[in-house]
Ligand binder design. Structure first.
Ligand code: SF4
Length: 317
């Protein structure tokens, strides 16, 4: 698979998905979701063609959680590859297996995205062989059958990949004299405006509602950082590490925010972000899940919307 094909496969392609993220997860009525919805029940806004009926107004209609969820291309992989293009509406007996496979596939795709990101870091060439091997192994797992996927120990895959990702991060930040360590720190609501956070380790940090206006986050490792409501206006994240479109979509940015390129955040130019049912969360052991999005239960979390221009393009794009 070429790098371009790899990129495309890790971007949500709602046109080739059977609306899995709009059905499989449960929604809890909250600021993110206007309704309660049990797992496995279709969202009432999901149309017959598997597109969102309110995609242009998701936030206004109380479905902001849908705007900040990213399946990393897992939806189309499950629909088109694992189930060969079949869908749960035409064949209701497939609903359970499809919905069970989705969170597993999502985590595999998320790890694939992180490894791909690591391979693009300037200081990582010496790790390329190992990164490439790890990616190939994960790619092989994405081709498992539905039964094999649901039996897969995804946490073991995370444990295998995480040290490699951390080595890539260390290598990328090695040239900086000062590298603040805020790994897993509780920085909720903290005033960090104009802070020098270059090269900071912010893996798994809780930055909910933090004031990061004008902060310098170049080469900061934001793996799994919870940026919900963080104010990033004027902040420089142009070469921040492992920052996803979903993280950015959950934060406050404007035209003065320097964002990573859309290629690096994983946003397809017209991609649709699928829905979410829960906040980004660190792993149970306190270490960040590689990108901090969904937990091991596959509960959805942040949703794609990487670039400002594409930020609010939910399902149905
Ligand atoms: S994107 Fe959200 S609101 Fe739209 S159909 Fe899917 S779950 Fe429902």
């Amino acid at each position: 698979m070429s790098e371009d094909q790899e990129d495309r496969s890790l971007r949500a392609d709602c046109a080739n998905c059977a609306g899995l993220c709009c059905v499989a997860p449960a929604f809890a009525k909250s600021s993110d979701f206007a309704i309660d919805k049990p797992a496995g029940r279709p969202c009432p806004n999901l149309r017959a063609d598997f597109r969102c009926g309110i995609h242009a107004d998701l936030r206004e209609r109380g479905f902001g959680g849908c705007v900040v969820f990213d399946c990393f291309g897992a939806g189309q992989q499950v629909t088109q590859i694992t189930f060969g293009g079949r869908d749960w509406r035409a064949q209701p007996e497939l609903a359970g297996p499809m919905f069970a496979a989705l969170p597993v596939m999502r985590q595999l795709h998320e790890l694939l995205w992180l490894l791909t990101e690591a391979m693009r870091l300037p200081a990582a060439p010496r790790l390329h062989d190992r990164l490439r091997d790890a990616r190939a192994e994960l790619r092989r797992l994405t081709e498992l059958s539905a039964d094999e996927l649901t039996a897969l120990d995804v946490d073991a895959q995370r444990r295998r990949v995480n040290p490699l990702l951390q080595q890539a991060s260390e290598a990328a930040r090695a040239g900086l004299r000062r590298r603040p360590d805020h790994r897993g720190a509780n920085l909720i609501g903290r005033r960090l405006a104009r802070s020098d956070l270059r090269g900071a380790n912010l893996r798994g940090a809780l930055l909910i509602g933090a004031d990061l206006r004008g902060a310098d986050l170049r080469l900061a490792d934001l793996t799994g950082a919870d940026l919900r409501g963080a104010d990033l206006r004027g902040a420089d994240l142009a070469d921040a590490l492992f920052v996803t479109a979903a993280q950015l979509a959950a934060a406050r940015t404007d035209e003065t925010t320097r964002l990573p390129s859309s290629r690096r955040t994983g946003q397809s130019p017209g991609a649709a972000p699928p829905p979410a049912a829960g906040p980004a969360a660190p792993s149970p052991d306190g270490s960040p899940s590689p990108d901090g999005s969904p937990g091991p239960d596959g509960s959805p979390a942040a949703r794609t919307a990487a670039t400002r221009s594409a930020r609010r393009r939910p399902r149905g794009c």
